[in-house]
Structure formats: structure tokens, C-alpha cells
Ligand binder design. Sequence first.
Ligand SMILES: Nc1ncnc2c1ncn2[C@@H]1O[C@H](COP(=O)(O)OP(=O)(O)OC[C@H]2O[C@@H]([n+]3cccc(C(=O)O)c3)[C@H](O)[C@@H]2O)[C@@H](O)[C@H]1O
Ligand SMILES: Nc1ncnc2c1ncn2[C@@H]1O[C@H](COP(=O)(O)OP(=O)(O)OP(=O)(O)O)[C@@H](O)[C@H]1O
Length: 311
Amino acid sequence: MDTSTRSDPGAGTRDGGDPYTATRPGTGRDPAARREDGATESTPADAAAVDDPDAELERAVSFVRETVSAADADGVVINMSGGLDSTVAAAIAVEALGSDRVYGLILPCNKIGAHHARDAEGLAEALGIDHDTVHLQPLLAQFGSVAPDRFGLHDEPTLVGNATARLRMTLAYLAANATGRLVCGTTNRSERLLGYLTKHGDGAADLLPLGHLYKTEVRALAETLEVPGFVLEKPPTAGLLAGQRDADDLGADYDVVDSVLRLAVDEGVEAGTVAARLGLDRETVDDLLERHRATEHKRTPPPMPDRGGSA
Ligand SMILES: Nc1ncnc2c1ncn2[C@@H]1O[C@H](COP(=O)(O)OP(=O)(O)OC[C@H]2O[C@@H]([n+]3cccc(C(=O)O)c3)[C@H](O)[C@@H]2O)[C@@H](O)[C@H]1O
Ligand SMILES: Nc1ncnc2c1ncn2[C@@H]1O[C@H](COP(=O)(O)OP(=O)(O)OP(=O)(O)O)[C@@H](O)[C@H]1O
């Protein structure tokens, strides 16, 4: 991916100073913790490993090609933020379908978003895909007039963030309906397992080419795709508030998050053992696993009464 041009060199970091030093929270690692079974302690950095990035990339590319073909669709629509996940998803879609069958929607909602939107426009141009930028503020302002005494959006970051994510989803489906395309989501496995997404917002899509990959694995794929350094350097953020970082919300960086999820969810290792093996404090592990449990409803279809015996 030749995307060396960037419209705004400061956009990735200007809202929070140096993202890798000053604003990053602690990793949650407890140097005093030791493995209960005496085995060698693993490190969160182990989570970053992708055995064969080229093969993983080919798997994702084939998946997109086959899914679009099976749906007899003309291509995909991707909401592009200028961040890691949507850039990697768009690059995979271009490899799978060709640039003329990928359409990017860039949907900033505030001033912080405007910087990232310029990045997204540059990335879309470098990928050679058609794209449009739509500022959401006027549409969101209308949401504020709905029963304002009951659901005021002012000073409610989560309400505004979720409404924005669902508005982006609505526009993606509008474009998909109108052009015979599928909506390509950008959610990764870390976000899915923690429910760290807006239900029926950024979590809603027709295909998820990154849905099986942890965030640290998406990063490894980005390197294989030669995604430009400034995208890799952006600290993961939902992009809704100045200085907001996924690591602040989740209590740990993604190398820690992914290590915990691999052991606890994929391998079924008990929380205390996970903490000991990774050298983490128990609270960090418990908080992450509680998020996982509490968001099961985001990973399953809506419940409904059964029919009393018949399927
Ligand atoms: N047990 C249950 N069974 C069935 N449904 C249940 C439920 N509990 C809640 N619900 C429903 O789910 C709703 C809550 O879920 P939801 O609307 O998603 O809202 P919620 O999970 O509260 O918020 C979304 C979270 O995802 C984060 N996010 C969003 C977008 C992008 C990113 C990112 O960085 O990529 C992160 C955001 O910062 C926030 O922490 C409730 O209002 C209710 O309608
Ligand atoms: N300004 C935006 N314009 C269009 N789509 C957006 C915008 N902001 C977020 N989205 C959509 O919502 C998804 C989730 O947002 P989020 O900011 O968490 O992801 P990201 O920027 O791709 O990656 P990262 O988590 O590394 O920031 C994005 O991948 C993208 O599809």
C-alpha cells in the first residue's frame, strides 16, 4: 500500500501529546506476580505474534472475495476513520476486489474527527477508491431535538458516541442498498470479545474480515500491507473525545488485553492463573473478563421465546 502522503502530519497525536509516553496509562502489569505453577511467565508481547502474516492476509483477502461473490454483490462500502482497523479492512478489500469495487465513507462528527478525516481521505486516495466525506454534525443536531427533556445528548459522551456510530452504520447501509454492495465492518476479535463496540453501530456489518484477529494481529497485518507509519502510530481511540484512548477505557493496552483473552477465552485458563502467568494484577484480568461476560448479548442474536419443543 503506497500511502506515504499524508494531509496533516500532526493529526495522529495532537489531541493528546505524545501518545506513547505521557498519556498512556499503566499496563496493569504487576511485577510482583509470579506463575503459581512455577512455569516460565509469558509476556503480553507474545500476543502480537501472527505465525504467517502473508498466509493470514491471503485468508482475509479470499474471505472478502468469496463473501462478496456468494452474495452476488457489486463490491463493498467501508466507513473509514483514518485509524488502523478501517485502513487495514479497506486495503484487504482492495486486494480482494480491486479498487473500483470498494467505496469509502468518511464521516467526521467533530473537530477532532476533522483531522483524522483528512488522513482517511489521503488513505482512500492512495488506495485509489471512490470516497465521500459527510460531516455528521447537522444530522446529529437533529437527534438532540428528539424528546430533549428525556434524552438530552449534551454532556453524555456514551450516548453521543453510540448515536454517532449508529448514524455511520445507517449511512453505510444507505450506500450499500443504493449501489448493490455489502457493508464491510472493521471490528476485530479484541473488540468483539470485550463488546467494545456499539451494538448495531460499528458492530453491524455484512462481513467482518478482521473479526477473527486480535488487535495486535491486525497491527501485524498492517505491517505486511505496508500501511503507512502514521496510521500504526496512532494510539487506538474511538475518536469521540479529545485525548480518549481505548487503553484508558479498557484499563490496559491491547498487548495485555489480547494476552488475557487468548488465555482466558481461547484456552479456558482460570483468571488467577492468567494473572500469575502474565504478571498482571488480578483486578485487571477480572475487569476484562467481566466486560467479556457482560457483553455476551452483543455477540449473539436477540433472544426470543422458544416454540415449546419444535425448532
Ligand atoms: N443483557 C442484555 N441483553 C440484551 N441487550 C442488552 C443487554 N444489556 C444491554 N443491552 C442493550 O445494549 C445496549 C448497550 O450497548 P451499546 O449501545 O453498544 O452501548 P455500550 O456498550 O454502553 O457502549 C458502547 C461501548 O463501546 C465503545 N466503543 C464504541 C464504538 C467504537 C469503539 C471503538 O473504539 O472501536 C468503542 C464505547 O466507548 C462504549 O464503551 C443497551 O442500551 C441495551 O439496549
Ligand atoms: N470519522 C469516521 N468516519 C467514518 N467511519 C468512522 C469514523 N470514525 C469511526 N468510524 C468507523 O467506526 C469504526 C470503529 O471506530 P474506531 O475509531 O474504533 O476504529 P479505527 O479508527 O478503525 O481503529 P482504531 O481502533 O485503531 O482507532 C471504524 O473502523 C470505522 O469503520
